[in-house]
Design a binder for this molecule. Structure first.
Ligand SMILES: NC(=O)c1ccc[n+]([C@@H]2O[C@H](COP(=O)([O-])OP(=O)(O)OC[C@H]3O[C@@H](n4cnc5c(N)ncnc54)[C@H](O)[C@@H]3O)[C@@H](O)[C@H]2O)c1
Length: 374
């Protein structure tokens, strides 16, 4: 069987999620290739070695370039802060590797375009970590929308709200840096834009607002504080190319919210309702039910919904967040082996970036902005 060597850069929150997924995927799915955890890089040798040991990588390094240039590495997984995505991805592409990069793809639309162009010219497979799209219930939502069962899609309301920055005492971190494309819109809003595009299609124009509520945050080392200029929350009205309309919101100061990655989608003959907080469920409304008996029904995830059955043969037992990463990695491996195209690839991630840029531009200019100008 073909072997694909994995090189992982970064061993934080997402580094661990990627590592667990690469370790697990061969036990869950029948794959066209085997995965070898070759080498892991982090900022210093001790940290890299400890993570490599814990995650099951054979070797470690403090030099990420050693990962992208390693002859045994076929796929480079990038799980570092946003500013590093571009140099790491471009180097990996130049070395002919497939690239699996975390979102947001880049810190500017121009950088994202450069990454798309480089990947295209090199003919390498790319994938971006919009893991929520890998949820079997989101797959079902897409199938329902595409089948026409809901009629014409007229509305989409999406929100990604978490509360991890709600406390004004939460210290400044890399996600607050403008040069990292910090802020709620880029950090978590990118997920809801990706979902909106996946289910309701391209977004034509937006009218947005970005708000910084906590304008100063203390430094973690106690040496003072720093002004914050990235958004704590952002909102936009959105008009889809299909004519459907709606709104999208992102907030990391949503007090009490853990993971409201949620949408409602309306069609002329039905509707969908979903939240990641109960992500093994999709709520479906079908028009035409008897009056007094109509309402949403809850569909529970089960083996009938690809790829749930690969984890568990019984309905309702539920899969978890890290399983979405396993599905994402399965799709990546299939794409690298030419079985199916990758999604979301760099091109799709660029489109997400353009929508976010249009929201920012609209907020600056106080008017509707076509995504096409971004
Ligand atoms: N898909 C998702 O659901 C999701 C969730 C969280 C984060 N993310 C994305 O993942 C990326 C990382 O976020 P995180 O939460 O894991 O951050 P993190 O701070 O937990 O981890 C970042 C890791 O990168 C390492 N790193 C930094 N500079 C490096 C360098 N020069 N060389 C090698 N390693 C380096 C850090 O030491 C750390 O291990 C970001 O782009 C973020 O937006 C995605």
């Amino acid at each position: 069987m073909k072997k694909l060597g994995i090189g992982l850069i970064g061993s934080g929150f997402m580094g661990k999620a990627h590592a667990l997924a690469f370790r697990t995927v061969g036990g869950v799915f029948d794959l066209p290739a085997a995965v070898e955890l070759e080498i892991l890089a982090d900022t210093d040798t001790g940290r890299a070695a400890a993570a490599a040991r814990s995650f099951g990588f054979q070797r470690s390094t403090a030099d990420w370039r050693a990962v992208v240039n390693d002859p045994r590495v076929a796929i480079v997984a990038i799980t570092t802060p946003n500013l590093l995505h571009k140099p790491m991805a471009l180097a990996a592409i130049a070395a002919g590797k497939a690239v699996y990069c975390e979102k947001p793809l880049a810190t500017t639309v121009d950088d994202a375009r450069e990454m798309v162009a480089a990947a295209k010219a090199a003919g390498v497979v790319t994938q971006v970590g919009f893991n929520y799209l890998c949820n079997p219930m989101i797959g079902l939502a897409k199938e329902i929308v595409d089948s026409g069962e809901l009629g014409e899609i007229t509305g989409f309301r999406g929100i990604h709200a978490e509360g991890f920055m709600a406390d004004p005492a939460t210290p400044y971190n890399w996600r607050c840096q403008p040069e990292q494309a910090g802020g709620a819109l880029a950090d978590i809003g990118s997920h809801i834009i990706a979902l909106a595009r996946y289910l309701a299609g391209p977004i034509d124009r937006v009218c947005g607002e970005t708000i910084t509520v906590h304008q100063e945050r203390r430094l973690a080392d106690g040496s003072g504080s720093k002004p914050v200029c990235v958004d704590d929350q952002s909102h936009c009205l959105a008009r889809f190319a299909s004519g459907a309309s709606g709104n999208l919101s992102a907030s990391w100061i949503a007090t009490g919210r853990q993971m409201q990655h949620a949408f409602e989608l309306y069609g002329t003959r039905g509707a969908l309702d979903f939240t990641q907080e109960r992500f093994n469920e999709l709520r479906l409304y079908q028009a035409g039910q008897p009056r007094g008996r109509d309402g949403f029904k809850t569909i529970t995830a089960g083996p009938e919904h690809p790829d749930y059955g690969a984890f568990c043969p019984a309905s309702g037992h539920q899969i978890g967040f890290n399983d979405l990463k396993v599905i994402e990695v399965k799709r990546l491996i299939e794409a690298v082996c030419g079985v199916a195209p990758a999604y979301a690839d760099f091109r799709e991630a660029l489109e997400v970036e353009r929508v976010a840029a249009a929201v920012r531009k609209s907020a600056e200019q106080g008017r509707w902005v076509p995504v096409a100008v971004c």
